[in-house]
Write a protein that binds this ligand. Structure first.
Ligand code: B1M
Length: 209
């Protein structure tokens, strides 16, 4: 559908007015939020990543593309998070220390809320110790860690180690995700589960809680 391509183009150009308007138009046409994500927003952001990697665009362009992505996500958020279901449990999520990428993590949070979970989002660049403190404060049994950089994903292992060493948190389950991760990596750091995308994260949370 042409509108999906227009939406992807708006992300690539970093046009946050157009991305919002097109997303709203698609919502008004009864397109599902997941279709809007899969056919417009995510392909747009993927192209931004490719251009950045090939030095066709630079950080400022990536930042304005991220802003355009966020504007469109605001439009679909109410549809992703609306659920009359009683909460299935609390989950803490965050992007690990040193890593400011939060778009995928936010999407995971929205989908988890839509799946009936109460989400405590600690944001991005979360110090390892903060996860420990917040788990204890909120009596949470499942956390979700996100990382987009190969240099920061190893921080997940540190967090898991800290949780295992503390009696109060040794039974907390950890799920991980983010573009550079694999099931193999998740297994190697002792995570309880890995999800490749936000929909997978909701399914995984159901298994782990
Ligand atoms: Co950065 N960046 N970036 N960046 N950036 C990447 C990740 C990169 C792959 C680009 C590239 O070179 N092609 C590259 C990493 C290379 C590597 O590590 N080997 C990179 C780099 C190098 C950097 C900087 C170092 C650049 C610099 O300064 N020289 C710098 C690092 C800053 C830091 O973190 N300390 C940097 C900065 C930025 C911006 C700030 C400009 C911006 C982030 C804005 C923001 O998030 N608020 C940015 C962006 C936007 C990207 C790309 C283009 C897009 C990321 C994104 O939002 N994707 C990215 C290239 C790419 O990934 N194609 C890139 C869309 C999002 C929906 O997907 O986050 O993968 P994703 O999330 C998915 C799944 O992974 C999964 O579900 C989500 C939805 O399906 N998922 C989970 C994610 N978390 C999960 C958790 C789960 C389960 C599933 O359970 C808990």
């Amino acid at each position: 559908m042409a509108e999906y391509q227009e939406l992807a183009d708006a992300i690539i150009k970093g046009d946050n007015i157009a991305s919002k308007d097109i997303a709203q138009k698609l919502v008004d046409e009864n397109m599902s939020p997941v279709e809007i994500l899969d056919n417009g927003l995510v392909p747009g952001m993927d192209m931004v990543g490719k251009k950045f990697k090939n030095n066709e665009i630079y950080l400022p362009e990536v930042l304005i593309a991220a802003r355009a992505m966020k504007s469109a996500m605001e439009v679909i958020k109410p549809m992703l998070t609306e659920s009359g279901i009683e909460t299935k449990g609390k989950i803490i999520i965050g992007t690990v220390q040193g890593d400011v990428h939060d778009i995928g993590k936010n999407l995971v949070g929205m989908m988890l809320e839509g799946g009936g979970y109460t989400v405590i989002d600690l944001g991005a660049d979360v110090p390892h110790e903060k996860f420990l403190g917040e788990i204890k404060k909120n009596s949470v049994k499942l956390i979700g860690l996100s990382a987009l950089l190969t240099t920061t994903m190893i921080g997940m292992k540190t967090v898991i180690g800290m949780l295992k060493e503390d009696k109060e948190t040794s039974d907390v389950r950890v799920m991980v995700g983010g573009a550079p991760l694999t099931q193999e990596f998740a297994d190697s750091i002792g995570a309880n589960g890995y999800a490749p995308d936000a929909t997978g994260a909701v399914e995984l949370a159901g298994k782990l809680l």
